[in-house]
Design a protein around this ligand. Sequence first.
Ligand code: VGL
Ligand code: ZN
Length: 194
Amino acid sequence: MIECDARTALVIVDVQNDFADPSGGLYVSGGEVIIAGINDEVERASAAGALVVYTQDWHPPSTPHFAKDGGIWPVHCVHDTWGAELHRELTVAGEIVRKGVAGEDGYSGFTMRDAATGHEVPTALEPMLRSRGIERVVVVGLAADVCVKDTALDARARGFATLVPRDLTRGVDLAPGDTERAFQTLTLAGATIA
Ligand code: VGL
Ligand code: ZN
């Protein structure tokens, strides 16, 4: 169980069909298994007055993010498709931050990369946390070695105490060991892996 209070935000990263459903375009092994545990934490966080926020990977049909367009990933989370929807079993009880509504790229829930200029642009996440006086961020969801990692690193870089509960995330492991390396990187950055 995770300690939560009004200064805590539970950030639920990309629990979308393409990652969490076995027939999804970029299925993360075990992605559906973590949903029940996340729902329990949503309930506890809400009861404790914590902020609950969801992120959603949200791509145009063609983007340098996809292997077919020169990137590394299979097509996933194309905006307004089944694959981009939050998984039907996920309890949604908070605001949603979509990454890439204007075709931007990137992995963190805090920042995106402008596809044309390459510049980093902020999402609505940090202002949302600041306006609520959030000091501590709990990051769960998918994938541990991609968007969870980058979101948690950005949380640390912005001075938030950051917790990543291992059993509420799963990794892609595009290269074997990526998930373990992600946890090491996060630990070195001052995040707590529980
Ligand atoms: C993600 C790969 C590509 C993620 C997003 O949500 O972790 N992974 N796009
Ligand atoms: Zn993506």
